[in-house]
Design a protein around this ligand. Structure first.
Ligand code: TRP
Length: 457
């Protein structure tokens, strides 16, 4: 596939929409708010924003430029730039293989919540214990456990990839995205009217520097990679389809703003509400992967037409999630296709089985397998940790070394400057050569030492 002539996106805006469609997903709506709540609110938001406009910007420019220059996807592209870096392409490709299965587990949770609203059981969802009972396999009957919903979500994704109907889904999701943004604003505005929400708003917006730690930076950095689909070769592939005459720097800016704005709004909808439900005390927040599922139904319960709004909301989130998981699975399928030299259909079947098998532990990890922990984490949290906090920083580090110190930043800046001036070239150069690699070593090193029990941070 890598040798074939690539078709380009027909328009610049086509590229931005496609990249943004894959970037906006559960990372923005599910993951960002719970991390913001867990890692100190305003301080997390501040660190995230700073990282996004410096490091995220530099890395996204780098990846897209590498892709557009070489016309190859990650495995081939890294090898083409330097033979010794072929392995880096492989490491980058492993990341979507780890993310896809657990992404589908959360996608399954979204399907479940959507269906419950559809059949009129919204009130049950707003019970504080509902989510824990659900993922803990404590309810009666198969459909009260996450297992069938995980299966349904994987099959939904696989069917789209198998029959190659991504275009149709993308069209629908392009229509739905603005509605999702609008609805998020409405829900956020409502949530802010609840008692105690203003305390929560302060917690979310005003940085409290006493909450700052290494962990904040690591979490914000992992989130940035995840949400912007960086450090896993995806943007290289997207770049390889980008027309030469389009403005690379401006496209990157647009994708970043879009992705960050949606994450910010999702946080605005969830974080103040959690604080409100905790009686206005931010220090009592007990945030984790279940935050969105526990909080939003309680908000909808208090809203006028809340059950309808809840149903529509989870449907829109489902679409945002599907466009992401489709493009994640697509990536894995094309790697399997290339390497096993088999046809796409067979590769899709192989990948689907792989996703089901690998996702199973994550799906059962809070229930029947709750006693099995890896480094003190449930399976889903472990896969999330190993991909976002370990593998992606490693890929990002070596990408910076490759471009900053081996190929030279000129390789990227020449590509960006093909037809347009590169306004933030100095920022890009300093980030890729010095700031990002040093930050990555310090943060990643201290985290690994901590997990291994050598260092206490
Ligand atoms: N960025 C996506 C989200 O926010 C998740 C994601 C990570 C992704 N890597 C990807 C999506 C690669 C598509 C392709 O949910």
């Amino acid at each position: 596939m890598e040798m074939k002539k690539r078709s380009s996106f027909s328009s610049r805006i086509g590229f931005v929409l496609a990249a943004a469609g894959s970037a906006v997903g559960l990372g923005n709506i599910w993951r960002f708010p719970y991390l913001a709540a867990q890692y100190g609110g305003g301080i997390f938001l501040l660190v995230y924003l700073i990282l996004a406009i410096t490091f995220g910007f530099a890395l996204m420019i780098t990846e897209i430029a590498i892709g557009r220059k070489t016309g190859l996807s990650s495995i081939g592209a890294y090898r083409a730039l330097d033979k010794r870096f072929g392995a880096l392409g492989w490491l980058a490709s492993l990341v979507p293989m780890i993310i896809t299965p657990y992404y589908c587990v959360i996608g399954g949770w979204v399907v479940k919540y959507f269906v419950e609203y559809l059949v009129g059981s919204g009130t049950a969802l707003s019970n504080g214990e509902y989510f824990t009972n659900f993922i803990g396999f404590l309810g009666e009957g198969t459909f009260s456990t996450p297992l069938p919903w995980f299966l349904i979500y994987v099959l939904l994704t696989a069917v789209v990839v198998l029959f190659g109907v991504e275009k149709g889904i993308e069209k629908v999701s392009k229509l739905m995205m603005p509605v999702l943004v609008l609805l998020t604003i409405v829900v956020a505005a409502f949530a802010l009217t609840m008692d105690g929400a203003i305390e929560g708003l302060k917690f979310y917006l005003v940085p409290d520097f006493s909450n700052f730690s290494f962990k904040t930076v690591l979490a914000a950095m992992g989130q940035m990679f995840y949400s912007m689909s960086l450090a896993m070769g995806i943007m290289i592939t997207y770049g390889s389809y980008m027309p030469k005459e389009s403005n690379l720097e401006r496209s990157v800016g647009q994708i970043e703003i879009f992705d960050t704005a949606i994450a910010f709004l999702a946080g605005l909808m969830i974080v103040p509400a959690v604080v409100a439900f905790n009686g206005g005390d931010p220090s009592k927040i007990n945030a984790g992967p279940g935050l969105m599922f526990g909080t939003l139904p309680q908000v909808f319960e208090r809203m006028w037409m809340g059950h309808i709004i809840g149903g529509v909301f989870f449907l829109l989130v489902l679409f945002a999630a599907l466009t992401s998981s489709i493009s994640l699975m697509e990536t894995v399928v094309s790697i399997v296709c290339d390497k096993l030299h088999c046809n796409r259909k067979l590769a899709t079947v192989i990948v689907t089985i792989g996703v089901l098998l690998l996702g199973l532990p994550s799906c059962l990890g809070y229930g029947p397998l709750a006693s099995v922990q890896i480094l003190g984490m449930a399976f889903l949290d472990f896969f999330d940790f190993i991909s976002n906090s370990v593998m992606m920083p490693i890929v990002a580090f070596f990408t910076c070394i490759l471009i900053g110190h081996i190929c030279g930043t000129k390789l990227v800046s020449d590509e960006v400057e093909k037809n347009f001036p590169f306004h933030r070239k100095a920022l890009f150069e300093v980030m890729v050569r010095w700031v990002a690699p040093i930050l990555l070593v310090v943060i990643l090193g201290s985290k690994i030492l901590e997990v291994l029990g050598v260092l206490k941070i």
